[in-house]
Design a protein around this ligand. Sequence first.
Ligand code: MN
Length: 241
Amino acid sequence: MSNKSVLIVEDTPINLKMVRVIMQRAGFDVRTATSAEEALEVLRHFRPRVVLTDIQLPGIDGLALTKHLKSSPDTRDIIVLALTAFAMKSDKQRALEAGCDGYITKPIDTRTFPDLIRQFIGATDDAASISESASTRDAAPFDFSLDNLKQSFIANGMQQSERFVNSLNTDFNYAEVQSEAHRWAGAAGQIGYVEIAECARQLEALLHQRGTDSLTLVRKTLMRLVQLFSGAREAAGPVRP
Ligand code: MN
């Protein structure tokens, strides 16, 4: 088992890409999965030192994945770190109860993230095995241009949110809109669109309740998202191919 191998489990594409790029640049051997089910499949052939897992995942969530890994002699030595969007005490508590070795709140700090992971590895391994740590390799500030990611996120968000508004009177799909709202919340928070993240989180919570009386509020929140996406698009300038 390489000391610098990591499996990232994250269902939000922008977050997955960002963590992958950061860890690869820091010299880690990286694999990725967008669900716990896929992660288990990857783990049949790849034994990472660290699993970084989002807590909220479609299907089996990150906590259940952690319990599973910690209950098997084959995988219990893997360091499992939970990634979560909320700095809620209850989430932290639940992560630790599930057996996570640590807990990292999103949005992550791209400059210090690899060192943070190394610290978790260092705390677990004996000091000798981490002699080649930190500092030299990525001493330069991490400069990750997000322009293209941001623009495609905004363009896609505008298109989808308008489509969802139009579907309200016809074939509104609660599950689809809820999972899209979850992705918006996670991605927008990570790339700095705080208002979109907040609004998407409200929408996700509303749809989670699924009361028919909340449909007016769902419509209002969706319209607000259309506005926010459109405002962000104007601020971001023309979309490049
Ligand atoms: Mn998620």
